[in-house]
Design a protein around this ligand. Structure first.
Ligand SMILES: [Cu+2]
Length: 372
């Protein structure tokens, strides 16, 4: 009898549910944030109805267990992550770029924990580095978001996603420009509903997953040359199910700038590309995993995402530049105006044998002109 967990299709959207952490603050001592995770073998239903074996981190504790939960903390917090391994083989836990955030071995049936200090603000990826990239590709990955201390304010007093120690003149200029004639509307709102999104990219090669399911030894060195992904996902979803999903699809009015934290947990290089507005490329990572805020921030309509790369981009929600100012807001064109995001790595536009638009594709919605 198969007692393994089964995850029906569509439930993967829960991937961006933010875990409720146990938090305590006593006097001047840094707050402690505790997360409990399970490593679970799961049969996951894919967009074409097929089931694929995966290994997923699940949240544990109160509430519905969530696969691939988003972990959050504030710079300087003490963070404890406790991981129970319900899989039949040993695993690890690591957050590249975060000093001390590593559990070197969690044997089957055992629970181990690590405590570390939350680093500077930004977007991090937690994963299982064992037999890299095998277990990471099997699904053992998720996003760890660190908020900057005191809002990461610019010189002009506007909130940003980054600690002030990381700021560059360009970052200050961009965030201070929101709400001015250059970008009429609002400043960026941290924790604002729908103003801070995660696009966690990954890919699934069912043949690799099957080998791990059968307990076969997989030589990690062979994976790069044999990896044939059949599913391309954002936050665990593909194609049609990414259309309009509130946790993926940016929605807002003119003048509501939105942060999109893009991460690539997979092995394929992606080139996400967006219509309607350009995005501003804010940050990248060094080879040691540390986040770098760019000192030259410019607009792009496509950005490259190598395996393990993390880049934050800002979608300004400005009047699409092709629309003449005298014709804005439009009369004939109805709101919401929908603009596609698709990946220019064309193979990623399929999933389970489907044709574009499948796989790694979504859209964003301009709900209407600036709200006064
Ligand atoms: Cu296009």
């Amino acid at each position: 009898m198969n007692r393994r967990k089964f995850l029906a299709y569509g439930m993967m959207g829960g991937a961006v549910t933010v875990l409720g952490a146990t938090e305590s603050a006593v006097g001047q001592v840094a707050p402690t944030v505790v997360y409990e995770l399970d490593i679970e073998p799961v049969d996951v239903e894919m967009i074409d109805g097929k089931k694929v074996y995966m290994l997923l981190y699940y949240s544990r504790g109160s509430g519905t267990p969530t696969p691939r939960p988003v972990l959050t903390a504030t710079e300087g917090d003490r963070v404890t992550i406790r991981v129970r391994n319900n899989a039949p083989e040993a695993h690890r836990f690591q957050i590249p770029g975060v000093t001390g955030a590593s559990i070197t071995s969690i044997l089957p049936g055992r629970t181990r924990e690590v405590t570390f200090t939350a680093p500077v603000g930004g977007t991090y990826l937690y994963l299982d580095p064992l037999n890299a990239p095998v277990y990471r590709l099997l699904g053992l990955h998720g996003a760890f978001i660190v908020k900057p201390k005191n809002g990461g304010l610019t010189l002009g007093g506007k909130p940003t996603p980054y600690s002030t120690s990381m700021h560059t003149p360009a970052l200050n200029a961009v965030f201070d420009a929101f709400g001015t004639p250059r970008f009429p509307g609002n400043p960026w709102v941290p924790n604002g509903i729908g103003r801070d999104l995660i696009w966690l990219f990954s890919q699934v090669d069912p043949a690799l997953n099957r080998k791990v399911e059968l307990g076969q030894v997989v030589d990690p060195a062979s994976v790069v040359s044999t990896f044939v992904p059949r599913y391309f996902t954002i936050n665990g979803l593909s194609g049609f199910d990414l259309d309009g999903d509130d946790t993926v699809c940016p929605k807002g009015y003119e003048g509501q700038p939105t942060l999109i934290r893009t991460l690539n947990a997979g092995l394929a290089r992606h080139s996400p590309h967006i219509h309607g507005n350009h995005v501003m490329l804010l940050s990248g990572v060094r080879t040691n995993g540390q986040i770098v805020v760019r000192d030259n921030i410019f607009e792009v309509d496509v950005w490259s995402m190598a395996p393990l790369e993390r880049k934050d981009v800002l979608l300004p929600f400005e009047k699409p530049p092709d629309v003449p100012a005298a014709k804005w807001p439009p009369v004939q064109e109805p709101f919401p105006m929908r603009y596609v995001m698709h990946c220019h790595t064309e193979m990623s536009q399929t999933a389970g044998g489907g044709n574009y638009p499948q796989g790694l594709v979504t859209h964003w919605e301009l709900l209407g002109p600036r709200q006064v």
